[in-house]
Design a protein around this ligand. Structure first.
Ligand code: FE2
Ligand code: FE2
Length: 277
């Protein structure tokens, strides 16, 4: 899928904003843009205003940008409308399953992760990795900031350890090429983020730790199957993964959100984003 660079830049508020976003913010913004474009495949993202010459805002200008937006960039998809007002959400069953969440709450992220998991399956990945691909970004419905860590936390009680590891660390590995394993630093990142930027120190430190880890290949394969997974012409049905979910996802009998696990409240927050307190 080709990226309309102008539309992407317009979607985040212009090139001046892009120039001073932190690397991880840029990556998250691009990911969100690609997801949005994928979800609106029948209607390509509108072209934005013509780009002026590159201009780098000061810290004060960047802070002013923050105050001109109604929400912060890291807010979860369920909590903010892309256009107009938010819509009423369908009620969840009394004992919701992962599949219920996919159908009733993961609307903004499901196309992307289904395509990613489909690609992983076609590439012969293990079930642990296919499951990681299937779940790797859905926590962005709740929160986008540090979504690798949040996502791993959300799923840790229910999935194989290696799957949670892959979800947690795919976020950091996106920035580091590994040609031997089929991951080139994406050309679109070079073009959009510039070639001289440096990820934040905690991302760099995480990458160095994971690179030496015996499970390095697990999150690496999420990035390999992630980046090229955006295809508006491919529709993947969740049914393709229901057997895998049955085998690898420990569905609590009380329902997600009601099993008194340390992360049950996170599932309830996904279930009830309109609760005032
Ligand atoms: Fe991601
Ligand atoms: Fe992704």
């Amino acid at each position: 899928m080709s990226i309309d660079r102008r539309a992407f830049i317009a979607s985040i508020g212009g090139s001046a904003v892009l120039a001073t976003m932190a690397p991880s913010q840029k990556a998250d913004a691009l990911e969100a843009y690609l997801q949005k474009t994928l979800n609106e495949a029948t209607a390509p993202a509108p072209a934005g205003p013509a780009e002026g010459p590159q201009k780098y805002p000061t810290v004060a200008e960047l802070e002013a940008q923050i105050e001109r937006a109604p929400t912060r960039r890291g807010v979860g998809n369920l909590f903010v409308a892309r256009k107009g007002n938010v819509h009423r959400l369908a009620p969840m069953p009394a004992k919701p399953t992962l599949i219920d969440f996919f159908r009733l709450r993961f609307m903004a992220t499901s196309n992307h992760v289904l395509q990613s998991a489909n690609r992983a399956m076609k590439n012969g990945m293990s079930e642990e990795i296919v499951l990681a691909c299937l779940l790797h970004d859905v926590v962005q419905e709740l929160i986008k900031v540090d979504h690798g860590w949040w996502g791993a936390q959300l799923f840790e009680p229910y999935v194989p350890q290696k799957t949670a590891f892959a979800i947690r660390y795919h976020q950091a590995l996106r920035f580091y090429a590994d040609p031997a394993n089929g991951y080139e630093y994406p050309a679109m990142y070079l073009r959009i983020f510039g070639e001289d930027y440096k990820p934040e120190p905690y991302i760099e430190a995480t990458y160095r730790m994971v690179r030496r880890h015996k499970w390095y290949i697990a999150p690496r394969m999420v990035t390999v199957n992630d980046l090229y997974a955006f295809d508006p012409n491919v529709h993947v049905d969740l049914q393709q993964f229901t057997d895998l979910i049955g085998r690898r996802f420990k569905q609590p009998k009380e329902g997600l959100g009601f099993d008194s696990s340390p992360v049950a409240h996170m599932w309830r927050s996904l279930m009830r984003p309109d609760a005032p307190l």
